[in-house]
Design a binder for this molecule. Structure first.
Ligand code: HEM
Length: 285
């Protein structure tokens, strides 16, 4: 490996320098934060929490670790959200009826006078908006292979299979989301499958709403259990606001040369498009 790292090929060097670039992104953001707010701002944000004086006998986080944490969170938050939005706008672009229906729902929302961005509160319970986001993450599982878990000592039975302690197990959301018994025509994009059985608590649960109990059990774009994505509320919040703002402003169409094959992806933990998504956006009058 050491030998490969020395080869002066640009793409190779770019690959091996990835951790440095990630750390630099974290350090730049950390320095900016300290310049703006200082180290003891009493702000209610995650960096302020990381900078808090630790309890007696507990070692606090060094600036290096805080910067790394910022870099990790930035990466975990942005690539994931943007990949979901890419597929969502692509689905809207090839289904103008659905796009119009969604726009009609969004036009019922009052946008604050001094801003052209709808408030999250006005969007959180919109049935079709939530259903479109949910169906995008079902049909295009952004993290197709589940992260790993280890069976506790002594082993456990899972679905009548005994797993010895310390066995590494995982569940793929890609497979779960394609269970044809509970998601009929699983390869089709059908937001309306989420429009039945919705309840107030579902909407506030923020992963979305609606669907049968079995669908909810199988649906896991953010993982499941104790280590489920810590950012899922923030992800849903930002996606609702971004989708609503852009759909109210632009008409989405497939680009002239766009092909279905453009949306082929590879699994890099996250799905990454091989080519790119080509859309035309026309400002609405
Ligand atoms: C659509 C957007 C997102 C998707 C699809 C997504 C997906 C995931 C998945 C599948 C996991 C693994 C969960 C598991 O092991 O069961 C995860 C973990 C994580 N995500 Fe996200 N995520 C998104 C947005 C975010 C955002 C906005 C943040 C932070 C602001 C974030 C921070 C994290 C962190 C820190 C973990 C590790 C949690 C742990 O191991 O305890 N994610 N995410």
């Amino acid at each position: 490996m050491w030998f490969v790292e020395q080869i002066p090929l640009k793409p190779l060097q770019h690959f091996f320098n990835g951790p440095d670039r990630l750390y630099k992104c974290g350090t730049d953001a950390f320095n900016k934060y300290i310049n703006l707010f200082g180290r003891t701002s009493n702000r209610k944000d995650i960096v302020a929490r990381m900078l808090e004086k630790p309890a007696k006998g507990v070692e606090g986080l060094s600036d290096y670790l805080v910067a790394l944490e910022i870099a990790n969170l930035t990466f975990a938050a942005t690539d994931t959200t943007s990949v979901v939005l890419t597929f969502l706008f692509w689905e809207l672009a090839r289904n103008s009826q659905l796009q119009t229906k969604l726009r009609t729902e969004l036009q019922q929302v009052q946008v604050p006078e001094n801003s052209n961005i709808p408030s999250h509160q006005s969007l959180v319970k919109l049935p079709l908006l939530n259903a479109v986001i949910q169906e995008t993450m079902r049909r295009h599982s952004p993290v197709p292979m589940g992260l790993l878990r280890q069976v506790p000592p002594g082993g456990r039975s899972i679905a009548n299979y005994f797993m010895p302690g310390e066995t590494i197990v995982s569940m793929s959301s890609l497979t779960a989301h394609r269970n044809a018994e509970h998601f009929p025509v699983p390869d089709s994009f059908i937001p309306s499958r989420w429009l039945s059985g919705k309840s107030e608590s579902d909407a506030m649960g923020n992963e979305g709403q609606g669907g049968t109990e079995a669908m909810k059990k199988l649906y896991m774009p953010f993982g499941k259990g104790t280590h489920k994505c810590v950012g899922h509320l923030m992800a849903m919040l930002s996606m609702r606001i971004i989708v609503a703002t852009l759909v109210l402003k632009y008409e989405f169409k497939l680009g002239e040369d766009a092909k279905i094959a453009d949306m082929d992806w590879d699994d890099h933990f996250l799905i990454i498009l091989n080519r790119g998504c080509f859309l035309d956006l026309t400002p609405l009058a």
